[in-house]
Design a protein around this ligand. Structure first.
Ligand code: CO8
Length: 260
């Protein structure tokens, strides 16, 4: 695909997606959503050697400063619901992607930007990153899953406070609350994310996919997460990688996983 608002690059099996709207603080407009959908539904799944994905923002100021407010004035109830639902669909594609997805948060992650980071499996924040859900300032609420995922990540009390006050928090506070996995020097966000993804790439790929699915199952009200874990454990026992992993341990050698 010829991306207009994203830059997608590959190195060593890792895809880096850069939201490329620096002048608009990488605000998430319709094109960004359509292109993210294309990557996570079509391009990413077609790459057999892909081991992980990083999402970041162009420039040094913003990861993404929210949904594109300039698209808001044309909204009415039905258009807003459709837009919100489309955003949910795209963010579920990210959350359910079978390869690890890390948000390298290089600046403001506000509103939809914070929601995008929370749909990723982990967040690596630069020291100057700022997180927040300022929607109530605009007379709305988070429409891309923020009222749910913020509670999942940091608990009801703090999530409620951040959602109601629209306060922004810095990287250290985000780390303390469990929103950011790591805080790194400004400019090191992508490198640090690559390091994590390379470590994960040494593990058995189907086990990685099943881990993501099992963790997500905890939050799916229609799924018995413990039952899902039992089934997944059974499924993995029949994979070649399980035999290889166990044999490698016993033979005191490095496992050679094939993803089968
Ligand atoms: N949308 C569109 N443009 C934006 C956005 C945005 N979210 N954020 C910044 N910009 C633009 C500015 O308009 C400005 O453009 P221009 O130069 O043409 O005037 C440019 O980016 C630079 O911004 P600032 O001059 O404001 O830069 P500052 O460094 O002074 O401030 C801030 C940076 C603090 C990030 C500030 O820009 C800001 O507060 N931005 C808005 C943050 C916000 O409110 N985000 C939440 C948006 S609502 C949302 O995300 C809802 C998600 C769910 C939607 C569901 C849809 C149905």
């Amino acid at each position: 695909m010829d991306y207009q608002s994203l830059i997608v690059s590959y190195e060593d099996g890792i895809a880096t997606i850069t939201i490329n709207r620096e002048k608009a603080m990488n605000a998430l407009n319709k094109t960004v959503f359509a292109e993210l959908k294309h990557f996570f539904a079509v391009e990413g799944p077609s790459k057999s050697d892909l081991t992980g994905v990083i999402i970041t923002g162009a420039g040094s100021k913003a990861f993404a400063a929210g949904a594109d407010i300039k698209e808001f004035l044309a909204l009415d109830e039905s258009k807003a619901k459709a837009m919100s639902q489309f955003g949910h669909d795209v963010f579920f594609l990210i959350e359910r992607f079978p390869k690890p997805v890390i948000a390298a948060v290089n600046g403001f992650a506000l509103g939809g930007g914070c929601e995008l980071s929370m749909a990723c499996h982990m967040r690596v924040a630069g020291a100057k990153a700022r997180f927040g859900q300022p929607e109530v300032n605009l007379g709305i609420i988070p429409g891309y899953g923020g009222s749910q995922r913020l509670v999942q990540l940091i608990g009801k009390a703090k999530a409620m406070e951040l959602l109601l006050t629209a306060d922004m928090i810095g990287a250290e506070e985000a780390h303390r609350l469990g929103l950011a996995n790591h805080v790194v020097e400004v400019g090191e966000e992508v490198e640090a994310s690559i390091k994590i993804l390379k470590k994960i790439a040494t593990k058995a790929p189907i086990a990685i996919a099943k881990t993501i699915e099992s963790v997500n199952a905890y939050f799916d009200k229609n799924t018995d997460g413990f039952g899902f874990e039992v089934d997944s454990f059974g499924y993995l026992a029949d994979t070649a990688d399980f035999k290889e992993g166990a044999a490698a341990f016993i033979e005191k050698r490095k496992a050679n996983f094939t993803g089968k």
